[in-house]
Design a protein around this ligand. Sequence first.
Ligand SMILES: [Ca+2]
Length: 223
Amino acid sequence: MTVDISAADRRFSGTPRPRGHRPAPAGTGRRLFAGIGLAGAMAGAAAFAAAPASATSGLANGSFETPVVRPGTFQTFAGGQFIGPWRVTGASVDLIGAGFWQAADGRQSLDLSGGAAGGVIQTFSTRPGVRYEVIYSLAGNPQGPPAVKTGQVFINGALAQNFSFDVTGHTIANMGYVTRAVTFRATGVSTTVQFTSTTNTAFGPVIDDVGVDRCGCGVQGAE
Ligand SMILES: [Ca+2]
């Protein structure tokens, strides 16, 4: 199968990928003060962590739709906590609830900088020797500095991609998501992908709609 890297909707064959163009409600205020607190975040994380991670069927919760955050708010998850199958790394991340700002897919998205630079990591099943691509939507928190949000993607702990997103001209109602991809050849029966912010403020890069699939990168003998 040939994959068109330029196509934003190529990953989920047969599954529409509605891009959330919902306008955020007015008066949500500065997000620094809108969090519902660590206790709520921990309760949500604990409840969801009890569910088995679907590690046998690829990357899970790539759209960050669970746990469900109260609409119009966000929850901060500190390093070591879990957002379903994702483990939070670094300082913290913010799981952004419906309507707080525009999601790329579904209703929720993830700011990789919570109070400071954080990240998320997940391990999923792979077949050794097969080439895959991780595809994700990228934007940035437009509510504070710096203008250019930066971060990195690691595959099995190795730096695979530096990314950046300039929020200039974007708003919570027009996040300006772009699609990014990282390709890799699996070396084992599982692979770990990690997204990290290198923006050490509370206004980091935003990711959503993360998925992984076999890559039609034109590589022969990948099967
Ligand atoms: Ca989402």
